[in-house]
Design a protein around this ligand. Sequence first.
Ligand code: 13P
Length: 253
Amino acid sequence: MDLIIAANWKMHKTATETREFCDSVIQNEKSFKGVEVLICPPFTALSAASAALKDSSVKLGAQNMHWEQQGAHTGEIAAPMLLEFGVEYVIIGHSERRHLMGEDDDQIRRKVNAALENNLKPILCVGETETEREQGLTERVIEKQLAGALGDLDLNKAENMVVAYEPVWAIGSGKAASEDDAENAAVLIRRYCLNNFGEKVVASLRIQYGGSVKVGNIHSFLALPSIMGALVGGASLEADSFRDLVQAARKAV
Ligand code: 13P
């Protein structure tokens, strides 16, 4: 299974900026071999990214989606709208959506199910806040988030899932998790999935680490036995920096 390095641009880049970035990144795609590379732009730039990446191996992801196929949900985006642009992955339950937009486990569970139902691969994000960590609640929080999101997982559709461990305190702070903390969380996620969903789901499950990943530290996370990729915010915004990250990741293959 390939490592998966995903750029989560959050609320950055216009369609024009996206086109420039993608044109630049795909010039180096030969040097990405063995690493699955994924760009998750804002919805308004999906069309530009889709056109720019059309003949490349770089894949397209979305940052969120609604669980309904269509309907009266002003401002929301449904899976068929993403599929039209060749979107393959969708980030679900990112901490900024949980904590800033009030998304709860029930909504996240519906989104995971809707993604799988539509043959989109979910990148489910889990992770504790700084306060929860200080209170020794990290494991409990991750297990609760997994149970909430994956409660009625359809095991027939649950292949190729990605779970990203993103401790909230590490996101955008410049303070990445320690290797031990990242590995412990990944082992917990893998064990939870094995106990609840069995070998088949775990065989194709990839666990990413996210939170202040940069060229200088990506290798140490990817060298961990249970981590198979990274979900990157800030360091994915410049084409050169993102290319360097992917090339650094490749050395871990
Ligand atoms: P940073 O890489 O900027 O810390 O963001 C991580 C993140 O939230 C990716 O989803």
